[in-house]
Design a protein around this ligand. Structure first.
Ligand code: 13P
Length: 251
């Protein structure tokens, strides 16, 4: 069966020493407990090596927040999938709404990034989600179906490595969480899309995470829904105790 996953997205927060401390605090909180889900933290590129050393021997996995669309060469300031992989990271977030919104990422670019991530042994956490206007005008299913397209061009064995995160943009960092029913409806819709493309068995094995103002206080209700397989956590991943509270929602 599919895995439950709680993943943190630190975004552009913490210096390296602060990030090392945060990772260390989390590892210490998890010591002696048995998490009932996979735990991943996705950090800025600058933190990956130092945080990888902290996570060694712990159950927490490491990921990056992005990777370049090119494999190497004269792209000053970019960080390739191979570079990310060489830090010890196993995951990479792709297509986060902030990257779509502020950096113009589209399906074509995301297809290239997916290819490079997978070719370099990284598991993509692929984000989709509508903006408020699309929620209000009722076009949200259609929007999300369009955003899923780069995944549906993958060979099935590659698709099986992908984790999908549904993050309604209106819920990100706003304190306005989607209701558990809204999340469930969209997750079930996404799973149906996967089923139509890759079949029921693959759809049932795909982890679909919810993101957007997920906190210890609302995680349990969201994760109780049959198609919500965990969370992609922003703000609440920046405090080890809060992140731990969300992990404990799977108990
Ligand atoms: P918040 O949890 O801060 O709303 O952010 C969600 C998110 O964007 C995770 O990728």
């Amino acid at each position: 069966m599919r895995k439950n996953i709680v993943a943190g997205n630190w975004k552009m927060n913490t210096t390296v020493p602060e990030g090392v401390q945060l990772a260390d605090d989390l590892v210490n909180l998890l010591k002696g407990t048995k998490a009932n889900c996979d735990v991943v933290i996705c950090t800025p590129f600058t933190h990956l090596c130092a945080v990888a050393a902290i996570l060694e021997g712990s159950p927490v996995c490491l990921g990056a927040e992005n990777c370049a669309r090119h494999d190497k060469g004269a792209y000053t300031g970019e960080v390739s999938a191979a570079m990310v992989r060489s830090t010890g990271a196993d995951y990479v977030i792709l297509g986060h709404s902030e990257r779509r919104q502020y950096f113009g990422e589209n399906n074509e670019e995301l297809s290239e990034k997916l290819r490079l991530a997978l070719d370099n042994g990284l598991r993509p956490i692929f984000c989709v989600g509508e903006v408020l206007e699309q929620r209000e005008d009722g076009s949200f299913n259609e929007v999300v179906a369009g955003q899923l397209e780069p995944l549906f061009n993958l060979p099935v064995d590659d698709f099986k490595k992908v984790i999908i995160a549904y993050e309604p943009v209106w819920a990100i960092g706003t304190g306005k969480t989607a209701t558990a029913d809204q999340a469930e409806d969209m997750h079930a819709f996404i799973r149906k899309q996967v089923e139509e493309k890759f079949g029921k068995q693959v759809a049932e094995a795909t982890s679909i995470l919810y993101g957007g103002s997920c906190k210890p206080g609302n995680a349990r209700e969201l994760f109780a829904k049959p198609d919500v397989d965990g969370g992609l956590i922003g703000g609440a991943a920046l405090k080890a105790a809060d992140f731990m509270g969300i992990i404990e929602a799977f108990s």
